[in-house]
Design a protein around this ligand. Structure first.
Ligand SMILES: NC(=O)c1ccc[n+]([C@@H]2O[C@H](COP(=O)([O-])OP(=O)(O)OC[C@H]3O[C@@H](n4cnc5c(N)ncnc54)[C@H](OP(=O)(O)O)[C@@H]3O)[C@@H](O)[C@H]2O)c1
Length: 314
């Protein structure tokens, strides 16, 4: 069972692995999603990450499919609500109107209600801004988010895909206006995508006590080792993107290092990639994604590995 620990300055206590649910309603149908949720919970994972836009990009979908599956599962299995920490996000386009995307007060207030309804809950533990909105003043966004915290609809706030300067500015605005602040950052961070986070965001998060929950820890599957040079791409809805982003000299050199550590410690490459992230300063919980219970089970065991991978891959 995974041990839970405090998420930064918040009063939330979370497992070191957070179950990402972007695949739900996309490549994992409801029955598979239910099995994945049950397996994660059985292993002590109490932290779920979703977003209103998951999986709007699928033909015939309108968005909210992942939240809907989670809401049904919570209700049908009667999992006590307070035994789970649920995070969702807002920012992406959810309709065709001018106010159907972004971080305006109108959009945030409407979308939180939609997320709560789909998740069949009356509060979110964590509400994140999915990515910045250059057209809306930060004061308006942070004021709207603070309204939700004051109303008890949201417990804590976070942001994703923010550059360091903008996160620092947001902290300053919250401070001077006495608004609830971002306590969690969800960055794209893994062994083949390090610089963006490590150069400026990491020292900022350490200094400002912001808990970090990295996404795409396996580089969308690349760090499992199933993408090899001169071999056919594996069957995956994300294979083309993996090929374009990571299948290059640098990516394969990292894979060689991961393979060596894995062999030495009787672990799989996926487990080493996740254990490495767990050992990084400021990282509080790693958001893993899976299309099946067997994929999930493999990655869940990463939490049992010692933090040795950190030094070996430096
Ligand atoms: N804030 C953001 O902008 C943002 C962006 C992306 C994701 N996220 C969140 O982070 C979560 C995880 O992101 P991610 O899906 O990109 O994570 P990831 O860990 O980099 O990739 C997960 C994918 O790797 C493959 N995989 C996982 N375990 C495996 C195993 N044991 N063996 C072989 N293949 C395996 C599966 O894809 P295949 O089966 O298709 O190979 C799976 O869907 C998402 O669900 C979402 O909640 C947030």
């Amino acid at each position: 069972m995974m041990k839970h620990s405090q998420l930064g300055r918040t009063s939330l206590h979370v497992s070191p692995l957070c179950l990402g649910t972007m695949q739900f309603g996309w490549t994992a149908e409801q029955a598979t999603a239910y099995d994945i949720l049950a397996a994660a919970r059985e292993h002590g994972c109490n932290f779920l990450d979703t977003a209103n836009i998951y999986s709007r990009w699928v033909d015939g979908h309108v968005g909210g499919e992942s939240e809907t599956v989670i809401g049904r599962w919570l209700k049908e299995t009667a999992v006590p609500r307070d035994s789970m920490v649920i995070a969702s996000k807002v920012r992406g386009r959810m309709g065709e109107g001018a106010d159907d995307e972004g971080l305006s007060r109108a959009h945030i207030h409407r979308e939180v209600e939609n997320s709560l309804r789909r998740l069949q809950t009356d509060y979110l533990d964590l509400y994140l801004v999915h990515w910045p909105d250059e057209e809306t003043p930060l004061e308006e966004t942070l004021g709207a988010l603070d309204d939700l915290v004051q109303a008890g609809k949201v417990r804590y706030l976070g942001c994703s895909n923010f550059p360091a300067w903008l996160l620092m500015k947001a902290l300053w605005v919250s401070d001077v206006a006495q608004l609830a602040r971002f306590d969690v950052l969800q960055p794209h961070y893994n062994l083949v995508h390090r610089d963006e986070f490590e150069r400026e965001l990491r020292p900022l998060c350490a200094d400002q006590q912001i808990a970090v929950t990295p996404y795409s820890p396996l580089a969308k599957g690349f760090l499992t080792g199933k993408y090899r040079p001169d071999t056919p791409l594996p069957t995956s809805s994300r294979a083309q993107r993996v090929q374009a982003s990571y299948m290059n000299e640098t990516g394969f050199a990292v894979l060689d290092g991961v393979a060596a550590v894995a062999a030495e410690h009787d672990a799989t490459m996926a487990q080493v990639a996740i254990a490495w992230l767990l050992a990084q300063p400021t990282v509080a919980s790693v958001i893993i994604g899976a299309n099946s219970v067997s994929q999930l089970t493999e990655t869940l065991y990463a939490a049992a590995l010692p933090p040795l991978a950190a030094d070996l891959l430096r």
